[in-house]
Design a protein around this ligand. Structure first.
Ligand SMILES: Cc1cc2nc3c(=O)[nH]c(=O)nc-3n(C[C@H](O)[C@H](O)[C@H](O)COP(=O)(O)OP(=O)(O)OC[C@H]3O[C@@H](n4cnc5c(N)ncnc54)[C@H](O)[C@@H]3O)c2cc1C
Length: 370
C-alpha cells in the first residue's frame, strides 16, 4: 500500500480524477482491468460544462467544435429546428479523450490488466480476479456501470429496462456538416455527428422495443436489423445506414442515481455513481465534473450532498428528451409545428432551457488552471 488514493477504472472519470488529485499533490494510483488504454468506444459530445473541467485539467477537448444541434423529422427529412451552439460544444472520439487525459497524466503508478472481482474491509481491500488482494487507504470507484465498486456500495440496486435499445456504429464520410443531427420519429430516433477531421460519422440509433437486450458496449448486431428499423426514414439517413458494416447493440437500462455513493473508504464517481441515459449526451461531462469536484472537496460526504441535486436533475432531463424525440400522432404534429415556429424566430431559445447545465462552471474558485 503506497498511494493515498487508489482510483479504480481508467475511463474518463478515473483518469480525470487521478489527474485532478495528482495536480493537488495527492499521491494516487490507478487500477484498470484492460491490459492497455486502447481504442474503445466511438463518439462522445463534450458540452461547455465538461470542456471547462478539461481545460482546468490542462487538456484541450480533443475534437472540433459543433456548430449546432439540428432536429430533423426522420420520415420526411424535413428540418424542424437548427439550434446554433455557442463555443465549448465539442465532438470527440472517446479514444482521443482517453489518450489526451492519459498523456497529461504521464507516468503515475498504474496497474493495468488487473480486474477487481470484489471489494472488502469497508473499501480498504481490493480482491482481484486472480485471487490476489491489495490494501488501499481511500478508494475512488470509477469503474463504470458494471464495475465492482457500484455493487459494493449499493448491493442489490437493480436497474429498470427502459424498453429501448441503441445501436452504435461509425461510417466514413466526406463533407458532413460539423453539427449534431437528431432525426426524430415515432418510436425511434437517430443521432449523427462527424468525428475527428470530419472523415468519420458517429451513429447512435435508438428504437423502442418490447424484448430485452443485454447492456454493454460491445455486443455485435446485424447491420440489416438497423437498416430495417429505419427503413421508413428519408434518403440521407437510409444512405448512411447502407454503409454500416459493423454495429453494436445494447439495451438501455434506467439505473437512476445509485442510492448511496459512499461506503467506508470507497466513493463512487461517473457511471458507477449515476449511469446516464444517452439522450442529453452528459455521461462523460458529468463524470468530468464529478472528478474535479471530488478532488477539490474537503470530504466525500459534503461532496455527495452538494453534488446529488445537480446530477439528479441532469438524469431527469435526459429521460425527458427521449419522450420528446419519439412523439406520435397529433402530439407529434403539434410538437413539430411549435419547433418550426420557434426555429423561425428564436432558434436559440430551446437550448437556453439547459443554461443551468451547460453554463455551470464547477471549476470556478477551486484552483483551476485558467
Ligand atoms: C468500452 C467502452 C466504450 C464506450 N463507448 C462510448 C461511446 O462510444 N460513446 C459514449 O457516449 N459513451 C461510451 N462509453 C461510456 C462513457 O465513456 C461513459 O458513459 C462516460 O465517459 C463516463 O465514464 P466512466 O469513466 O464513469 O465509466 P467507463 O467509461 O465505463 O469507464 C470505466 C473503466 O473502469 C474499468 N473497469 C470496469 N470494471 C472494472 C473492474 N472490475 N476492475 C478494473 N477495472 C474495471 C473499465 O475497463 C473502464 O476503463 C463507453 C464506455 C466503455 C467502457
Amino acid at each position: 500500500m503506497t498511494a493515498d488514493i487508489t482510483v479504480l477504472g481508467a475511463g474518463v472519470a478515473g483518469l480525470a480524477a487521478a489527474l485532478a488529485l495528482r495536480d493537488r499533490g495527492v499521491s494516487v494510483e490507478i487500477i484498470e482491468q484492460a491490459p492497455a488504454l486502447t481504442e474503445v468506444g466511438a463518439g462522445l459530445q463534450i458540452a461547455p460544462n465538461g470542456a471547462r473541467v478539461l481545460r482546468a485539467l490542462g487538456v484541450q477537448p480533443p475534437g472540433p467544435e459543433s456548430a449546432a444541434v439540428h432536429l430533423i423529422d426522420g420520415p420526411t427529412g424535413r428540418s424542424l429546428i437548427r439550434m446554433p451552439l455557442g463555443p465549448g460544444f465539442h465532438l470527440v472520439h472517446r479514444a482521443d479523450l482517453i489518450d489526451a487525459l492519459a498523456a497529461r497524466l504521464g507516468a503515475i503508478p498504474s496497474h493495468l490488466g488487473r480486474q477487481v472481482s470484489g471489494i472488502e474491509a469497508e473499501g480498504k481491500r481490493l480482491r482481484f480476479a486472480d485471487g490476489s488482494a491489495r490494501e488501499v487507504r481511500r478508494l475512488i470507484g470509477a469503474d463504470g456501470v458494471r464495475g465492482a465498486a457500484r455493487g459494493f456500495v449499493a448491493p442489490g440496486h437493480a436497474p429498470k429496462w427502459t424498453g429501448q435499445v441503441a445501436w452504435r456504429a461509425t461510417v466514413p464520410v466526406t463533407g458532413w456538416p460539423m453539427e449534431a443531427q437528431v432525426h426524430v420519429g415515432p418510436g425511434r430516433h437517430l443521432v449523427l455527428y462527424p468525428l475527428r477531421d470530419g472523415a468519420l460519422l458517429n451513429i447512435v440509433a435508438v428504437e423502442e422495443r418490447s424484448d430485452w437486450v443485454a447492456e454493454g458496449w460491445s455486443q455485435p448486431d446485424d447491420p440489416a436489423a438497423l437498416r430495417t428499423a429505419f427503413a421508413g426514414y428519408a434518403a440521407p439517413v437510409r444512405d448512411v445506414l447502407e454503409r454500416v458494416e459493423q454495429v453494436n447493440l445494447w439495451g438501455l437500462m434506467d439505473h437512476g442515481a445509485t442510492p448511496a455513493w459512499r461506503r467506508g473508504a470507497c466513493t463512487l464517481i461517473g457511471d458507477a455513481a449515476h449511469p446516464t441515459l444517452p439522450f442529453l449526451a452528459q455521461g462523460a461531462n458529468l463524470a468530468l465534473e464529478d472528478a474535479w469536484t471530488l478532488a477539490a472537496a474537503p470530504d466525500p460526504a459534503a461532496w455527495e450532498a452538494a453534488r446529488r441535486p445537480r446530477v439528479t436533475r441532469a438524469l431527469a432531463a435526459a429521460k425527458g428528451n427521449a419522450r420528446n424525440y419519439h412523439l406520435t400522432g397529433a402530439r407529434r404534429r403539434l410538437g413539430h409545428l411549435a419547433l418550426r415556429a420557434i426555429g423561425s424566430v428564436a432558434p436559440g431559445a430551446m437550448l437556453s432551457r439547459f443554461d443551468w447545465l451547460y453554463g455551470a462552471d464547477v471549476t470556478e474558485g477551486a484552483g483551476a488552471r485558467g
